[in-house]
Design a protein around this ligand. Structure first.
Ligand SMILES: [Zn+2]
Length: 222
C-alpha cells in the first residue's frame, strides 16, 4: 500500500501513523496575501487562488503533518519532510514572482527547522513540553548529584581513555533517558519528562565536551 502523492503534501492532509492528529481543524484561518480569501494556517497554497503562502507560526509536528507525540516513526518524519521538500523545491517557483519565490524559500526554511527539531529527541521533547506543559517545562532543574559527579570527573579527566570512558558512559545514559522519556510522555507524566530532558541536556553537553577535549590529548602516551 503505497501512498502516492499527486501534488505533494498540501498542509491539511496530516496523516499520522495512528490516524490521530489534528486533521480537520479549521479554526486557524488567515487571509491569503494575494487574493485576501481565508486560508488555513497549515496550507502551503491558497485554497482559492493557489498561490504559495508565507509560513505561519506552527509547532513542528503540525507543520510536518505528524501526530503531536514523543514516539515518532523516524521514517515517517523523513517521508513527510521529503514530500514537502519536493513541493517547495526552488525549480518549481522559477517562473514565479519574487514574493512567491521568497515565500517558497521561507516555507522550506520553516520545514527544515521543523525537521531538525523532530529528528532530535531532546529538541522534540522540549517542544512537546512547551506545547503540553509550558510553564513547568521552564522550571529550574532539580539537583542531580550523579551528574554533578560525572561533570567533576570530566573536569579532572587527564587522558583519552578516561575521556572516552566518560563520553561512552554519557551516551549510554542518554539512550536510557530517551527510553524513560518515551515512557513518561506515554503516561502524560510531564514532571518526569521535564526532569529527564534536563538530565539529557546535561549528558549531551558532557559527551560533547569529552569528545571536544579528546583530540588535544592525542600523543598522550609518548
Ligand atoms: Zn489567494
Amino acid at each position: 500500500m503505497n501512498q502516492r502523492k499527486s501534488g505533494g503534501p498540501r498542509g491539511g492532509s496530516g496523516k499520522g501513523a495512528n490516524g490521530g492528529g489534528p486533521g480537520m481543524v479549521m479554526g486557524d484561518m488567515v487571509s491569503c496575501w494575494l487574493c485576501s480569501n481565508p486560508v488555513s494556517t497549515r496550507a502551503l497554497f491558497c485554497h482559492t487562488c493557489g498561490t504559495i503562502q508565507p509560513p505561519r507560526v506552527l509547532d513542528p509536528f503540525t507543520r510536518l503533518g505528524l501526530p503531536i507525540r514523543f514516539d515518532l516513526d523516524p521514517a515517517a518524519v523523513e517521508r513527510q519532510f521529503a514530500g514537502f521538500q519536493r513541493t517547495l523545491s526552488p525549480e518549481r517557483f522559477e517562473s514565479k514572482g519574487p514574493r512567491e519565490k521568497s515565500n517558497a524559500r521561507a516555507q522550506l526554511d520553516a520545514f527544515r527547522h521543523a525537521h531538525d527539531t523532530l529528528r532530535d529527541p531532546i529538541r522534540r521533547a522540549r517542544h512537546l513540553l512547551d506545547i503540553a506543559h509550558g510553564a513547568a517545562a521552564r522550571r529550574a532543574p532539580l539537583a542531580d548529584p550523579e551528574l554533578d559527579a560525572l561533570e567533576a570527573e570530566l573536569a579532572a579527566a587527564g587522558d583519552t581513555v578516561e575521556l572516552d570512558r566518560l563520553a561512552n558512559h554519557a551516551t549510554r545514559e542518554m539512550e536510557r533517558c530517551i527510553h524513560d522519556l518515551s515512557a513518561a510522555f506515554r503516561a502524560n507524566d510531564f514532571d518526569t519528562a521535564t526532569r529527564v530532558v534536563h538530565r539529557l541536556e546535561r549528558l549531551e553537553a558532557l559527551a560533547g565536551a569529552a569528545r571536544e577535549r579528546r583530540p588535544g590529548l592525542r600523543g598522550d602516551a609518548s
